[in-house]
Design a binder for this molecule. Sequence first.
Ligand code: NAD
Length: 397
Amino acid sequence: MAHPFDMSRRRALQLAAAGLVLGPMSASAFGQAGTVQAIGQPMPRGVTLPETPPPAPTSDSVGIAIIGLGGYALRQMMPAISRTQTCHVAGLVSGNRDKALQVGRAYGVPDDAIYGYDNLEQIAADDRIEAVYIVLPSGLHAPFAERSFAAGKHVLCEKPMALSVAECDRMIAASERANRKLMIGYRCHFEPFNLAAMQLMGDRQIGAIEHIVSQHTYTMGPTSPATNWRVQRAQAGGGALEDYGIYGVQAALYLTGEMPSEVSATVTTPANDPRFAEIVATVESQLTFPSGAVADLVTSYDLPGRNEAVMRGSDGELIMRPATGYGGQTLRLIRGDQSETLTPGDPSVQFHRMMDHFAAAIRQDTPIITDAAMGRRDVHIIAATYAAAQSGQAVSL
Ligand code: NAD
């Protein structure tokens, strides 16, 4: 495979010929997010609601209010919560009451446990709700986490934790003030292929790790900030890196087992493309680790679909392709002339196991693997990546 940074240089020439921008970010490409507001949305496409509500929860089950009824909540996470007995959907918080009533009836949530974004504070008096799960656009994670802690609830927050380290710090302070748990929804830590890869790397099955290549890319269809939060800077930060590239950052860290010491990066953004009026299109970054390992990460909303992580070590290679999806993972271990395909389990368990982990932290006070410190760490690396792209210099971490 071509080294991504060779690819970057080749692309630079192709892109320059096509009138695209490559190189250090312009100062205006990424900066402070503006004010963001929660606004109700229609029912997402492709949602199948349960025909019959899930069975009544056990007395020990943790009641969770879902904040934000979008694609991920309705297609993946609410069905997954129905598959576990450790927690249940006890409330909904939405800006679209008709949608919320329809979803609530399908999931057995009483009408009086449905709240709006403007009256979220009322969940404080609702003992059916012990925790919330924030599945809103990323720019809304911090304000809704702070409001939920002020209402005395535990918080599971989707990735990225927030759009700035300052927001992460506010969330952590609110969690400590309220003495309530804060977990980040990094599902890959509960997914059998990624867990097996972590174990193999920890056992040094490929020897000393030398090089990681991870790509998380797809080509986003025509869209614009007027209709899509994922291309609004205030809701999405720089764009693909916060949303999709964060999986590559995560994988590089949990597979090396190290914190990087330095990051350098380049961003690419096509001119006059409404998709990229506010965000960048492609981020190519390089993390260097104290052991000498190097990770080359590519993320983009403007490159053909790739989801992979390839680890090369002194004694072999570990290939995950796809690496971090909802399903379909593959894992191949190559040592010398031997190649072994591993099938450590069913990737679909990642969603409900993540919920079980959150519920156990609340009920049994077990340590959270994907904690707020991890979420903050990744937001810090993302900020440093943009700073490196902007300055054209490596940034130390
Ligand atoms: P989505 O656009 O499908 O849904 C977002 C929902 O947020 C909307 O339906 C609406 O209910 C609500 N919302 C409130 N204010 C809004 C506003 N101003 N603009 C748009 N929506 C608003 O998005 P999604 O794919 O469900 O993503 C939601 C969160 O989940 C994001 O933080 C994303 O990063 C995360 N996510 C995680 C995974 C994962 O695999 N862990 C996958 C997808 C999304």
